[in-house]
Design a protein around this ligand. Structure first.
Ligand code: NAP
Length: 306
């Protein structure tokens, strides 16, 4: 059961979309499901990860994914490769994982070193094992509203709308950012013929003119641009639903790690106009992690014909 965190503000009763709490519930559901299956003699789902190089943020992301697997009772395997690896050698590693029947799915942590063509690497992943949902085949299936692995961040946002019962049908959703992993798939999912979905979507980007005029008309704004504090209070209307995907490390000497995480939304000012809003951290990020587990569960289901 969700506990809604309500805060009375000047103009609006703002409620927090609590990704930490929701992700906890989802992970608990997955854990119980896996326990039941293991008791019935079905092997636990198995997620693989390839990590290239020493990027600190990427290492943290992969460590967290492995921790999540342990929590829900999945097996996990990590392949660590040096920054200097050639594209051919990386693709050879991917082919090994494609052929490994003990693995239900795997991810290649992005970004990759500059000398490697990211598209070629994504295309080398078996779409049946592409639990990140980045392969063009899976992107196409998503666009056609067929069952597939949805990219984890947009999937997590859709799950948030569903579980918090935020109405999306007939609403005007403005997405800021058109990346292949967040903005563009988000725009497709919000416009799909189903619930949540059925939104009228405007997809905006750095070449969009008069962006504030567009966001002022939005019932729902989803920011995925990576510019801290970009969305200001005067860019939105009262009662708007705000989903902030942005996570930028901003230097902060007073923080234990020397930086803090900041979203794309000027939270302190925008929250007074919002009906619902995600915090950063603690909003979309934890949901993204939980959705990778859901995709792995789907791969395991297909793999074992369950
Ligand atoms: P990305 O690939 O860097 O793309 C950014 C997008 O924002 C581009 O489409 C760009 O437009 C657009 N943009 C940049 N400046 C803009 C401006 N001033 N006005 C309007 N549009 C602008 O982004 P991403 O990979 O989607 O990541 C976006 C943010 O989300 C980052 O902070 C990232 O760390 C975060 N993120 C968070 C999660 C999570 O789980 N919470 C997951 C993934 C990403 P053009 O296409 O015209 O260049």
């Amino acid at each position: 059961m969700l506990i809604f965190a309500g805060t009375q503000t000047n103009t609006q009763t703002m409620q927090i979309l609590d990704g930490i709490q929701l992700a906890k519930e989802i992970k608990q559901e997955i854990k119980s499901h896996v326990q039941e299956q293991v008791e019935q003699g079905i092997r636990a789902p198995h997620l693989g990860a390839i990590l290239v190089g020493e990027n600190g943020a990427s290492q943290t992301y992969v460590d967290n994914k492995i921790k999540d697997c342990a929590f829900v009772g999945f097996q996990s395997s990590l392949v660590r490769l040096p920054t200097s690896i050639t594209q051919e050698a990386l693709i050879a590693e991917i082919e090994k994982l494609n052929a490994d029947d003990s693995l239900d799915g795997f991810i290649v942590q992005l970004p990759l070193p500059k000398h490697i063509d990211q598209e070629a690497v994504i295309n080398a992943i078996d779409p049946e094992k592409d639990v990140d949902g980045f392969h063009p085949m899976n992107f196409g299936r998503m666009a056609l509203e067929m069952e597939t692995f949805l990219p984890a961040t947009p999937y997590g946002i859709m799950e948030m709308f569903e579980r918090y019962q935020i109405p999306t049908a007939g609403k005007h959703t403005v997405v800021i950012g058109r990346s292949r992993i967040v903005g563009r798939p988000m725009s497709i999912l919000m416009s799909k013929n189903g619930e949540p979905g059925n939104s009228t979507v405007t997809l905006t980007h750095s070449k969009t003119k008069n962006l504030a005029e567009i966001t002022q008309q939005a019932d729902i704004v989803i920011t995925a641009l990576g510019v801290p504090g970009f969305l200001k209070a005067d860019m939105v209307k009262d009662g708007v639903v705000i989903v902030d995907v942005g996570i930028t490390r901003v230097d902060d000497e007073s923080a234990p790690r020397g930086f803090k995480l900041q979203g794309d939304v000027d939270f302190e000012n925008v929250k007074h106009k919002a009906s619902w809003i995600t915090p950063v951290p603690g909003g979309v990020g934890p949901m993204t992690r939980a959705m990778l587990l859901k995709n792995t569960l789907l791969a395991h289901k297909k793999n074992n014909k369950l």
